[in-house]
Design a protein around this ligand. Structure first.
Ligand SMILES: [Zn+2]
Length: 137
């Protein structure tokens, strides 16, 4: 595996089940056992009802582009070689929204409502990032 020079997520006890699942090509998020809300945050309490009870819910990995932008300016040295690159907000089929990137697509084809599916990008031996790609229809 090539060396990866961009910033990596900091994994702690609350987020490690998410990252371990991603390593195994599974997208899962905490689902509140009291109100059933699925959240992208890994904190202990449900932001909707404050319950501490939750399970890890396996998700379909499908969604749509909810919002997007293209970065043309260098804000981070590590991303300089990728300019211009996209940053997208994906609304997952199950409800939560997740910030990511679309792979294998030219910027001009990115639009709100574009159907996408998850793509697991192995970047180090420990970390697999969650990216998305357009579903060909
Ligand atoms: Zn809740």
């Amino acid at each position: 595996m090539n060396q990866y020079f961009k910033p990596l997520p900091v994994i702690d006890d609350t987020s490690s089940p998410f990252w371990k699942a991603a390593k195994n090509k599974i997208l899962q998020l905490p689902k509140c056992s009291a109100c059933n809300e699925i959240r992208i945050q890994f904190e202990r309490w449900c932001p909707n009802c404050s319950s501490e009870r939750f399970i890890w819910e396996k998700l379909s990995g499908e969604g749509i582009v909810w919002s997007h932008c293209i970065f043309y300016k260098k804000y981070f040295n590590e991303f300089e070689k990728e300019i211009p690159y996209n940053v997208v907000l994906i609304k997952l089929k199950e409800g939560p929204k997740i910030i990511s990137n679309l792979i294998d697509i030219e910027s001009k084809y990115i639009r709100v409502g574009l159907p996408v599916s998850v793509y697991f990008e192995d970047v180090t031996n420990e970390i697999t990032l969650i990216k998305f790609k357009s579903i060909k229809t």
